[in-house]
Write a protein that binds this ligand. Structure first.
Ligand code: NAD
Length: 296
């Protein structure tokens, strides 16, 4: 059984990016720069953004963390995004989701210039992805592709089952894997909250590669896994645990112990897809820096 270790795969991505930034620095040029906007003080969001900033530093990128409190207005956020959109020293912009309820996520995402949309959420970039054009691939599905590539996991002709259909994980994942690309050419089944559970279970049991992004801890148990399958667990849920130092533990969507007894390869949580999401984000930031690929 192979542990699909996100530390190993993301270190390889980061090492190749660091090589590039060192060459950029040696040439006396400015390195890629990511601006991250964080609203409020949600514990999980704080952790994610801090980790993104730290990873930028490790890769030789510049980064700016721009904080707003929970009461920020939509207009104030939009004004900041407009400013960053035209700032020539900023290559990538990300707005950490979720945002407070009084702010329209969609409006914010659409305000980010598509050339700086390193999370790959802008409808223009999603449209390009669907058509198989060069674009910013949404960071989490991109991270999964980088993981599959790193561990040389073949997808061509394989049955991939994706559970979850969100715009940021499940749906783009299913589109990418069914597309004509190196980590693609799979035939894909997608299950979601309206799939009868017995059907989801049946599909999961037939998956050569099972990708789970539902946000329900240990949703996938050993009996739902085909022997020898590859299991990609995207889920990250904080589960209260008084015995843990921080008062919670991070749980994935897959029962890890049961999965490793059945599968040929499994991503751990934490230490799996989460780290690859950051790798995807860094790759996109370098891409944004390297050129406006729209107009090539
Ligand atoms: P979401 O809530 O937007 O979507 C959840 C999806 O699960 C929905 O499409 C829903 O239809 C489906 N679903 C819910 N119950 C189901 C059921 N019983 N059977 C089948 N499908 C069901 O969540 P999301 O943003 O896609 O995130 C999913 C999980 O992945 C969360 O735990 C989130 O924290 C995690 N996540 C991790 C990363 C990472 O970097 N590892 C990135 C993004 C999200």
């Amino acid at each position: 059984m192979l542990v699909l270790d996100g530390k190993i795969a993301s270190a390889a991505v980061k090492a190749s990016l660091l090589q590039k930034t060192q060459a950029i620095k040696a040439a006396g040029k400015r390195t890629p720069h990511l601006a991250a906007i964080l609203v409020g003080n949600n514990g999980a969001s704080e952790t994610y953004v801090a980790s993104k900033v730290k990873n930028c530093e490790e890769t030789g990128f510049g980064s700016s963390l721009i904080r707003f409190d929970d009461h920020v207005t939509e207009a104030e956020l939009l004004a900041k995004i407009s400013e960053l959109n035209v700032d020539p020293t900023i290559d990538g912009i990300l707005v950490q989701l979720p945002l407070p309820k009084h702010i329209d996520d969609e409006k914010i995402i659409e305000a980010i210039h598509p050339d700086k949309d390193v999370d790959g959420f802008h409808p223009m970039n999603i449209g390009r992805m669907v058509q198989g054009f060069d674009t910013f691939t949404p960071a989490t599905p991109y991270g999964v592709l980088l993981m599959l590539e790193h561990f040389n996991i073949q997808t061509k002709g394989k049955h991939v089952v994706v559970i979850g259909r969100s715009n940021i994980v499940g749906r783009p994942m299913s589109i990418l894997l069914s597309g004509e690309r190196p980590q693609g050419n799979a035939y894909v089944t997608i299950c979601h909250r309206h799939t009868p559970i017995e059907e989801t279970k049946k599909m999961a049991q037939q998956a050569d590669i099972l990708i789970v992004a539902v946000g329900i801890p240990e949703f996938i148990t050993g009996d739902m896994i085909k022997p020898g399958a590859v299991i990609i667990d995207v889920g990250i849920t904080r589960v209260e645990d008084a015995t843990a130092k921080k008062g919670f533990r991070i749980k994935g969507d897959v029962n890890y112990e049961q999965a490793i007894a059945k599968a040929s390869a499994v991503t751990p949580v934490p230490g799996g897809v989460g780290l690859m999401t950051i790798a995807g984000l860094l790759m996109n930031t370098m891409k944004a820096y390297e050129g406006k690929f729209y107009h090539n």
